[in-house]
Design a protein around this ligand. Structure first.
Ligand code: NAD
Length: 379
């Protein structure tokens, strides 16, 4: 399988060899300036045909109303044939990591969805933007705030839209609790607990346990869900964080964090306590408010989620979260509807991730955060 190193990409970026001329993005720039896109359904190309693309995104794209699978980008030739047969793709819809920039010439592809190991998100999101395609970048958005900025800037310069693969913002239980917070149904949130964790027992060679590809361990992979919960259960960005790291299987987690706990403070006095781990099973959130409480358990898996409040049980019909998420992003482009998980939200979470790592390095010291309203939009 052909792999691209971060360094070779950085070299190509600096020599201007990556991507196609910005001019190719101009049709989209026009679309953004008022001329509505005429299509009824937008074409999505999936970059990276691993487990999430294969078992979640591609099946979801068979159910979406406003977007469809229009292309694939893979480093594994055997997958080209399999996917082409299964999804009726032709040669012009299939790219590899080397010729990816030619996707600019395929007008059937409107959105590029980057589903690669985390350290490759920035490279392919930037190349997609330069090819004039709207971008969905999987979570965590990137392995550093610097990379998040580079993605956001590239999308702005190309005049394309950018979303992060935070599917829960389109999911009905999560949307309901965000509504509770917005409308103060149970009063003001005082305290949140959120856990997003699973026990990893697979190959120690997997990319999620390799910092050069993942950017970090449990915190990067699952911790972003717990951070998200803390934010949407309070409706605020935290103003400080303190964090601790725990290691019980150092022989397995040689390169990445195993278990992390963190405490957030919010303006006005709310607090949150989160836990994320690659060693423990946990999947829930609970908010205690001045006039009641609400909780989800599970809170971050593919669903159906389950929810309870001090007023009763929540019950929503189940639909694939990825179907809802990709349709929402397509409607953001087609009809200017809300971008439920914009790039700034992904960047905000990586700022928090970096502060958590910094706190751990400093023995649990409280780190002040100045996030303002960054990434809070998206309801
Ligand atoms: P995966 O390991 O199943 O697939 C990774 C893909 O990247 C494979 O097709 C692999 O061939 C390709 N690849 C290219 N270069 C590689 C390299 N150097 N090393 C390893 N693989 C390489 O991973 P996945 O579970 O599909 O995750 C992909 C991305 O999607 C990650 O960023 C992950 O965080 C995200 N994800 C999001 C969700 C969600 O619910 N939003 C769920 C799962 C994964």
């Amino acid at each position: 399988m052909e792999k691209i190193s971060r360094r070779s990409f950085a070299n190509r970026l600096s020599t201007g060899m990556t991507g196609v001329a910005l001019a190719s993005a101009m049709p989209w720039a026009c679309a953004m300036e008022g001329k509505k896109v005429q299509k009824k359904s937008l074409g999505i190309a999936l970059v990276g045909l691993g487990s999430y693309s294969t078992y979640q995104l591609a099946p979801a794209l068979q159910q979406t109303e406003y977007c469809h699978l229009a292309g694939i980008v893979t480093g594994t030739p055997a997958k080209e044939k399999r996917w082409a047969t299964q999804y009726g793709l032709t040669e012009k819809d299939i790219f590899n990591y080397q010729n990816f920039d030619e996707i600019a010439n395929n007008s059937e592809v409107d959105i590029v969805y980057v589903v690669l190991p985390n350290s490759m998100h920035a490279e392919f999101s930037i190349r997609a933007a330069r090819a004039g395609k709207h971008v969905i970048c999987e979570k965590p958005m990137a392995t550093s705030v610097e990379e998040c900025d580079a993605i956001i800037n590239a999308c702005q310069q190309a005049g394309v839209r950018l979303g992060v693969g935070y599917r829960l913002h389109s999911e009905p239980y999560t949307r309901r609790i965000k509504q509770y917070v917005r409308e103060m149904t149970f009063g003001k949130t005082l305290y949140v607990t959120a856990e997003a964790a699973y026990r990893s027992t697979g190959s120690p060679g997997q990319w999620r346990l390799d910092k050069s590809l993942s950017g970090g361990g449990a915190l990067m992979n699952m911790g972003v869900y717990a951070i998200q919960s803390a934010v949407y259960c309070t409706g605020q960005n935290p103003v400080s964080v303190s964090a601790q790291e725990f290691s019980t299987r150092p022989e397995y987690f040689k390169d990445t964090d195993e278990t992390i706990t963190a405490q957030f403070e919010f303006e006005g006095g709310a607090m949150a306590n989160i836990m994320t781990s690659h060693n423990i099973w946990a999947n829930n959130l609970k908010a205690s408010c001045t006039d009641g409480w609400f909780e989800l358990a599970p809170a971050s898996s593919y669903g159906p989620l389950k929810g309870k409040t001090s007023a009763g049980i929540l019950d929503f019909p189940h639909e694939r979260q990825q179907k809802l998420q990709m349709d929402d992003f397509a409607l953001h482009i087609l009809e200017d509807k809300t971008n439920r998980a914009p790039g700034e939200m992904g960047k905000r979470d990586i700022i928090i991730v970096e502060a958590i790592y910094q706190s751990i390095e400093m023995g649990g010291k409280k780190i002040a955060l100045d996030l303002g309203q960054l990434g809070l939009a998206g309801d």
